[in-house]
Design a protein around this ligand. Structure first.
Ligand code: FDP
Length: 353
C-alpha cells in the first residue's frame, strides 16, 4: 500500500499555471499593489473567452464579415469585432486600465477614472486567415501611465516608445492555444488545457536561436521592395554561402527555407521558437510598412528581445521608435540576432550580394 503512494503522487503532478506565474512575479516585485496582477488575470480571462469563440466559430455563425469597415479601411469580420468587444469589456471591468487602444477602434478609449495602465491590442490578428481555419492570434502590450494620479488618461499615455512597455504577449489560436508573455523577465509560453480552461507553463524562458534556417516574407511583394531588400532576398535564397559574418565567423548556411503563413502571430511564433527571420518591409504599396507599431510591432519586439532575439524597422531598433499616432505603421523585421543583423547590413549598405 505504502509503495503505491509515490507513484500516485508522480502521476498527479500539476504544472505551474499562468495565474501562479503572475502571482510569483507580484511577490517578487517590491511595492506591488496587485493591480498589475489583476490586469493580467483579466487579460487571460478575455483570451479564454475569445479562444472559446474561435474554436467554435465555424459552428456558431461567426465567420464572415459584419459589413462594416475598420479604421484601416478593411472589412470587419465578425470574430474581430467580437474579440474587440470582449477585450474592451473585460479591461473596463478590471478598473486598472486608464487608456485602451485597439486596431478596431479609430480613437483610444480614455477612462474617466485614474487607472494606472495603458493596454494596446490587436484583438484578432491575421483576419484574412479566419475563414480558412489558419492560425490567428491576439497581441497586446501594457504600459504604465506616467502620472496616473495627477493627470487624466489621454492619448499621450499611449504614444510612448516600446522600450517603456512593462508587459506584452500574444496568443496563438493554432492546433493548441499558446500564450507567450513577458513582464520583462524573459519570455514564457503557456498552453491552454481546454478541458479545465487553465493555461499551464509549457515553454519557460524561451530563447531564440542566434541563427535560424528559415525566412518568412510575403515574396509576392518582391517587385515592390527597394533594391537592397531585393538583394537580401536573393542572398538568403542563394545556393552558396554568401559572405561571412561581420566578425568573420561561420558563413550563413543559405539557402534558407521559406515559411509564410500571413498571420503575424503564427509567423512570429514559429520564428521565436525555431529562429530565423520574419520581415515585412516597406514597399511601394505600403511605403511606411503594413504592420502597426503600437499593437503589432512593439509587443513582438519586446518579446523577441526578452528571448534574446532582435527587432528592427530595417536599421533602427523597433522599441526606440517614438510614435506620433495610434495606428502608425512600420516596417518590421524580427528574429534571430545574426539573421536580423545580416538584414540590417543589407539595408545600410554594409553588406551587398
Ligand atoms: P491580416 O492582413 O490578415 O490582418 O495585421 C496584418 C496582417 O494580417 C498580419 O497578421 C500579417 O503578418 C500580415 O498582415 C500579412 O500581410 P500580407 O497578406 O500582405 O502578406
Amino acid at each position: 500500500m505504502s509503495e503505491s503512494i509515490p507513484s500516485i503522487r508522480a502521476a498527479a503532478v500539476v504544472g505551474t499555471t499562468l495565474r501562479e506565474h503572475v502571482l510569483h512575479g507580484m511577490h517578487a516585485a517590491i511595492g506591488a499593489t496587485g493591480e498589475f496582477t489583476s490586469l493580467l488575470n483579466h487579460i487571460s480571462l478575455a483570451i479564454r473567452i475569445i479562444n472559446s469563440r474561435v474554436r467554435s466559430a465555424g459552428l456558431a455563425d461567426l465567420l464572415g464579415y459584419t459589413g462594416e469597415t475598420n479604421v484601416q479601411g478593411e472589412e470587419v469580420q465578425k470574430l474581430d469585432s467580437f474579440s474587440n468587444e470582449v477585450l474592451i469589456n473585460v479591461l473596463e471591468r478590471s478598473g486598472h486600465c486608464g487608456v485602451m487602444g485597439s486596431e478596431e477602434l479609430e480613437d483610444a478609449i480614455c477612462a474617466d477614472h485614474h487607472g494606472k495602465y495603458v493596454v494596446l491590442f490587436d484583438p484578432l490578428d491575421g483576419s484574412s486567415n479566419i475563414d480558412t481555419n489558419v492560425g490567428i492570434g491576439t497581441i497586446f502590450s501594457i504600459l504604465r501611465r506616467n502620472e496616473p494620479k495627477l493627470e487624466r488618461p489621454s492619448l499621450a499615455d499611449a504614444l510612448r516608445p516600446g522600450r517603456e512597455i512593462v508587459a506584452a504577449g500574444y496568443v496563438l489560436y493554432g492546433p493548441s492555444t499558446v500564450f507567450v508573455m513577458s513582464t520583462g523577465h524573459g519570455a514564457h509560453g503557456f498552453t491552454l488545457d481546454p478541458s479545465i480552461g487553465e493555461f499551464f507553463l509549457s515553454n519557460p524562458d524561451i530563447r531564440v536561436p542566434t541563427r535560424g534556417t528559415c525566412f518568412s516574407t510575403n515574396e509576392g511583394n518582391f517587385s515592390r521592395w527597394a533594391p537592397e531588400i531585393q538583394n537580401w532576398s536573393r542572398w538568403i535564397k542563394a545556393v552558396k554561402p554568401a559572405g561571412t559574418n561581420p566578425d568573420g565567423s561561420e558563413p550563413f548556411k543559405t539557402p534558407y527555407g521559406s515559411r509564410y503563413v500571413g498571420s503575424l502571430v503564427a509567423d512570429a511564433h514559429r520564428t521565436l521558437m525555431k529562429g530565423g527571420i520574419f520581415a515585412y518591409p516597406a514597399d511601394t504599396k505600403s511605403p511606411s510598412g503594413k504592420l502597426r507599431l503600437l499593437y503589432e510591432a512593439n509587443p513582438m519586439a519586446f518579446l523577441f528581445e526578452q528571448a534574446g532575439g532582435s527587432a528592427v524597422n530595417g536599421k533602427d531598433r523597433i522599441l526606440d521608435i517614438v510614435p506620433t499616432t495610434l495606428h502608425q505603421r512600420t516596417p518590421l523585421v524580427l528574429g534571430s540576432k545574426d539573421d536580423v543583423e545580416a538584414y540590417r547590413q543589407f539595408v545600410t549598405g554594409e553588406r551587398t550580394l
